[in-house]
Design a protein around this ligand. Structure first.
Ligand SMILES: Cc1cc2nc3c(=O)[nH]c(=O)nc-3n(C[C@H](O)[C@H](O)[C@H](O)COP(=O)(O)OP(=O)(O)OC[C@H]3O[C@@H](n4cnc5c(N)ncnc54)[C@H](O)[C@@H]3O)c2cc1C
Length: 453
């Protein structure tokens, strides 16, 4: 083990960043610009974390993470990357409980469908929930207080949430609502009785966003890596972190094949994995793994748009992203899409069974889907932090224990926080690094260096 130690000399030891996802790369960029020597360590063979692609025949698939706002922070941190990302209109649809394909997100206009009695029931239910419910801390409580029980159940939102979490929404903390149901913003807050009969039908149109280059994420992250190289950042890939310990003032990070010594550790890999590497025990944090199926099709209905959310009571899949519509001209004449399926805890992935379930479900609804084929799959372990009812603060003691050990935790995975966009992740990285800067500055005895890229 010692033979493999990196040749860190006293006074010249790097900051070790664990994880080369968006958070790790952002931390590397920020800290190297402040003069720290940096080594980034990741188990994967490429940088980018969940922003990764797989090329299979004429198709380029991803796990589901491809969209960026035009002013995304990643474009500011790595200048030049924005121009590599084409602009698309995200045409997002929802498969309704009646097997219709309608606009997503839910909005005020949904209270208009399908008849006056239905509308009145939804409005009365919403009014009732405003008068009687003050939230019980659960995801279901938050949804019912916001939408009324009638609309919450009738719209398929309840089935959608059950499918994602694998437990009833009444057993999930309302934290989930705060982070993941931003799309409910468009729903009316107050019951408006006249609106029950003459509701507003206005919906915001499709949103223009940037997407990763058509060739895949490598084309995006290669220039980012070159900028980091130019700033002296070392990136060690294929290095799964097994153990972290302290040796005097230094930290030692062990992987299967070698060890690294550093003056400080910034964690951007899953919080539970970091806890295990430091303390050798489980953290008790629960998360959900994601399996993404890579599927091609002879024909998909136009009404599916380019992203479809499953609000139907059946089917294990929760979202499909249709790349052939985001990158027209690719796919050698076939449509191709990724289909996301969250896995129940402790359940090994079974892509063939999940694909059969998807194919049987969507083909059985008579949507006009033809010639589906499973092309491959990918797995994101610990993709979603899961917070059971009343355990919204479950990560706090784990973060505190790691902080007491001397580790700075950043990012979605590093802090066990549901952050839905890379911009949100990078914002939190900057905040955490600013808070920890005194500590990092004290530990790193390297003289400040000019930014080179
Ligand atoms: C299905 C899905 C779709 C999404 N869509 C979008 C989107 O369109 N746009 C968007 O901006 N955001 C999207 N997000 C959010 C996305 O997760 C964040 O933008 C961001 O990728 C999170 O970055 P991170 O660095 O915290 O985590 P990750 O990207 O998960 O990086 C963590 C890194 O830690 C490494 N690691 C794990 N264990 C170890 C170990 N033991 N040793 C060494 N390394 C290890 C992993 O290999 C990985 O590289 C999506 C997320 C999901 C799950």
């Amino acid at each position: 083990m010692t033979a493999g130690l990196s040749r860190a000399k006293p006074g010249r030891d790097p900051v070790l960043i664990l994880g080369a996802g968006i958070a790790g790369l952002g931390a590397a960029r920020g800290l190297s610009s402040r003069g720290h020597e940096i080594v980034v360590i990741d188990a994967a063979s490429e940088v980018g974390g969940t922003h990764r692609s797989r090329v299979i025949g004429p198709y380029t698939f991803d796990v589901g993470s491809i969209f960026y706002e035009d002013d995304a922070l990643v474009f500011r941190i790595f200048p030049g990357l924005r121009d590599l990302c084409p602009v698309v209109r995200r045409v997002e649809r929802r498969l309704t409980p009646e097997a219709g394909l309608v606009d997503f997100p839910l909005g005020a206009a949904d209270l208009a469908a399908p008849g006056r009695l239905h509308r009145l029931a939804a409005q009365l239910s919403l009014g009732w929930s405003k008068l009687t419910r003050h939230g019980d801390g659960s995801l279901e409580g938050a949804c019912v207080a916001r939408l009324g029980r009638h609309f919450y159940e009738d719209s398929g939102l309840k089935s959608y949430l059950e499918r994602i979490n694998h437990v009833p929404p009444a057993e999930v903390d309302q934290e989930f609502y705060a982070h993941r149901l931003g799309f409910l913003q468009g729903c009316p807050r107050q019951p408006a009785m006249p609106g029950a009969f003459w509701p507003r039908r206005h919906r915001p149109g499709p949103r223009s966003l940037r997407v990763r280059p058509s060739e895949g994420f490598e084309a995006l992250f290669d220039p980012a890596r070159r900028m980091l190289d130019a700033a002296g950042v070392r990136i060690e890939l294929g290095a799964e972190i097994r153990r972290i310990r302290k040796i005097g003032d230094l930290f030692e990070v062990e992987t299967a094949s070698r060890s690294f010594r550093g003056c400080a550790v910034v964690n951007a890999m899953p919080l539970a994995a970091c806890h295990k590497a430091v303390f050798g025990t489980e953290s008790g944090l629960q998360s959900l793994d994601l399996m993404t199926l890579f599927v091609s099709a002879k024909r998909l209905p136009a009404a599916m748009g380019n992203v479809v959310q499953n609000f139907h009571p059946q089917g294990r899949w929760n979202r499909a992203t249709i790349y052939s519509r985001i990158y027209p001209g690719l796919g050698a004449g076939r449509e191709f899409l990724s289909v996301e399926v969250t896995l129940p805890p402790e359940t090994p992935p079974d892509p063939a069974a999940a694909y059969d379930d998807f194919a049987r479900h969507v083909c059985g609804l008579g949507l006009g889907i033809e010639g589906l084929r499973l092309e491959g799959h990918d797995l994101v372990p610990q993709a979603y932090p899961f917070t059971p009812l009343g355990q919204a603060q479950a990560a706090a003691p784990v973060l505190e224990a790691l902080e007491a050990f001397g580790i700075v935790s950043v990012g979605r995975q590093g802090r066990f926080e549901y952050l839905p966009t890379a911009t949100g992740v990078l914002r939190r990285v900057n905040e955490e690094l600013a808070l920890a800067s005194a500590r990092l500055q004290l530990r790193s005895s390297n003289p400040p260096r000019a930014v080179q890229a």
